[in-house]
Design a protein around this ligand. Structure first.
Ligand SMILES: NC(=O)c1ccc[n+]([C@@H]2O[C@H](COP(=O)([O-])OP(=O)(O)OC[C@H]3O[C@@H](n4cnc5c(N)ncnc54)[C@H](OP(=O)(O)O)[C@@H]3O)[C@@H](O)[C@H]2O)c1
Length: 349
C-alpha cells in the first residue's frame, strides 16, 4: 500500500505505562485501517518513559510498536538502535518534530511534574496536545487552553473523565443548555471496592486488598480512596462548564471510613452505599462524599469498575454509563483524540 507522505502525522508518546502500551498495541493493529478510513497515517516517532526515550524520525512500524509494548517497564532506553538514555524533551523535539504530543505520565497534583512542564514545552514547540494525565488540566486549565489557542493549537483530553466513554466531548458540545448539576460515580477503584463490600459482605480493608491483587487499586491507593482522583475530575468538568473550582475547594470524605456495619445498615433500610462526586454549578461547590443511594436509583445499579454520571439541565437529564478507565479503553479515547487532531492537521496542509 502506498501511503502519501503529506498524510503523515507525527506523534510523540510521553509516558509508556498501561495506557501508553495499550495505545501502541491498538495502533499497531489499527493504523492501516485508520489510513483507509480517514486518510491519515499516524506515525509514532518517539516514545518516552521515566528512564529514557526511543526515537525514530521515520516512525515505528507495526512490529516495532508491538515489540515496544512488550518491553519491561522503564526500558524504552534498551530499544536499540533507537534508544536514548535519559529523558530530554528538548533533544526529542530537536530530532523529530511531533505534530501531536500525547501526555501519559502520572497525574501528580502536588507538583504537577512532569506533565505541566511537558505540555507547556510542547506548546512552545508548536505541538497539539492530547492528555490522559489530568494534572496539567487540574492545576493550569485556563493558562493551558489560552496558550494553546494563541498558537492555533488543539488540546484534547477525552480520557481524563469517564475515560472509556465520550462524556467530555458530549459535555463540550452542550452549548445551549443550562447545566445545574453534574453528579455520579467517577472513580472505578472505589466503586469496585464498594461493590465487593456489598456483594461479599467484607470489610473495607479486605475489599481493598482484592482490588490491589487484581491491579485495580494502586499499592498506594490514597488518590482513589481519599477522593482526590474524583475531585480532580470534578475540577476538569467545572472548567469545561465555565465555573472553575480549585482542587483544594472540593469537599472530600475518605472512603476508608466506611465499615461493613455501614453497608449492612444501608442494605437493611433499602439503600446502597456509593461514593458520589457532585458539582453544583449554581452554588459553585463540589464534593466527593459517601452517600446512601435508594436501591432503585440508577447509581445503585452501577457496579464494579463501571462509572456513571448524570447531567441535570434546564431541558433534560442525561445519563452516561461506561468504563471509567482501563488501559485499552483509555487508549481508545486517546486514539480518538489523536485522530480528530490529525484530521485537522492533514486538512490544513
Ligand atoms: N490507567 C487508566 O485507566 C487511566 C484512565 C484515565 C486516565 N489515566 C491517566 O493517564 C496517565 C497514564 O496512566 P497509566 O495507567 O498508563 O500510568 P502508569 O502505568 O503509571 O504509566 C506512567 C508512565 O509515565 C512514565 N513516567 C513517569 N515519570 C516520567 C517522566 N518524568 N518522564 C517521562 N515518563 C515518565 C512511567 O515510566 P516508567 O514506565 O519508567 O515507570 C510510565 O511509563 C496517568 O496520568 C493517569 O492518571 C489513566
Amino acid at each position: 500500500m502506498v501511503i502519501e507522505s503529506n498524510r503523515k502525522v507525527n506523534v510523540a508518546i510521553i509516558g509508556f505505562g498501561s495506557v501508553g502500551r495499550a495505545l501502541a498495541r491498538v495502533l499497531a493493529l489499527k493504523r492501516r485501517d485508520i489510513y483507509n478510513r480517514y486518510g491519515i497515517n499516524i506515525s509514532i516517532v518517539a516514545i518516552v518513559d521515566s528512564k529514557g526515550m526511543a526515537i525514530k524520525p521515520e516512525g515505528f512500524d507495526e512490529y516495532e510498536l508491538l515489540k515496544l509494548s512488550e518491553l519491561p517497564r522503564s526500558s524504552v532506553n534498551m530499544f536499540k538502535p533507537y534508544a536514548v538514555d535519559g529523558v530530554d524533551l528538548e533533544k526529542l523535539y530537536n530530532t523529530v518534530t511531533p505534530d501531536i504530543h500525547v501526555e501519559l505520565t502520572p497525574s501528580d497534583y502536588s507538583t504537577g511534574k512532569p506533565g505541566v512542564d511537558n505540555v507547556f514545552f510542547a506548546i512552545s514547540r508548536g505541538a497539539h496536545l492530547v492528555l490522559a494525565n489530568k494534572a496539567p488540566l487540574v492545576l493550569k486549565f485556563r493558562e493551558l487552553i489560552d496558550k494553546a489557542k494563541s498558537r492555533g493549537l488543539e488540546v484534547r483530553f477525552r480520557a481524563t473523565v469517564l475515560g472509556g466513554t465520550p462524556f467530555i466531548d458530549t459535555l463540550m458540545s452542550m452549548k445551549s443548555y443550562e447545566i445545574d448539576r453534574i453528579e455520579g460515580i467517577i472513580n472505578a477503584t472505589t466503586n469496585f471496592i464498594l461493590t465487593e463490600m456489598h456483594d461479599k459482605l467484607i470489610e473495607f480493608s479486605e475489599a481493598l486488598k482484592i482490588a490491589q491483587a487484581l491491579g485495580i487499586a494502586e499499592a498506594n491507593p490514597s488518590l482513589d480512596i481519599d477522593g482526590i482522583d474524583a475531585a480532580a475530575k470534578l475540577v476538569i468538568i467545572s472548567n469545561i462548564v465555565g465555573t472553575p473550582i480549585k482542587l483544594e475547594d472540593v469537599y472530600r470524605e475518605s472512603l476508608s471510613r466506611i465499615t461493613l456495619r455501614d453497608i449492612v445498615d444501608a442494605i437493611k433500610q433499602g439503600f446502597v452505599i456509593k461514593y458520589i462526586a457532585t458539582l453544583n454549578i449554581r452554588e459553585r461547590s463540589a464534593s466527593v462524599r459517601i452517600a446512601r443511594v435508594p436501591r432503585n436509583d440508577i447509581f445503585a445499579q452501577i457496579n464494579g469498575t463501571l462509572n456513571g454520571l448524570r447531567i441535570k439541565t434546564n431541558v433534560a437529564e442525561l445519563i452516561f454509563i461506561g468504563k471509567g478507565g482501563g488501559g485499552i479503553e483509555t487508549a481508545h479515547s486517546v486514539l480518538d483524540d489523536i485522530i480528530s487532531i490529525a484530521q485537522k492537521v492533514v486538512g490544513s496542509r
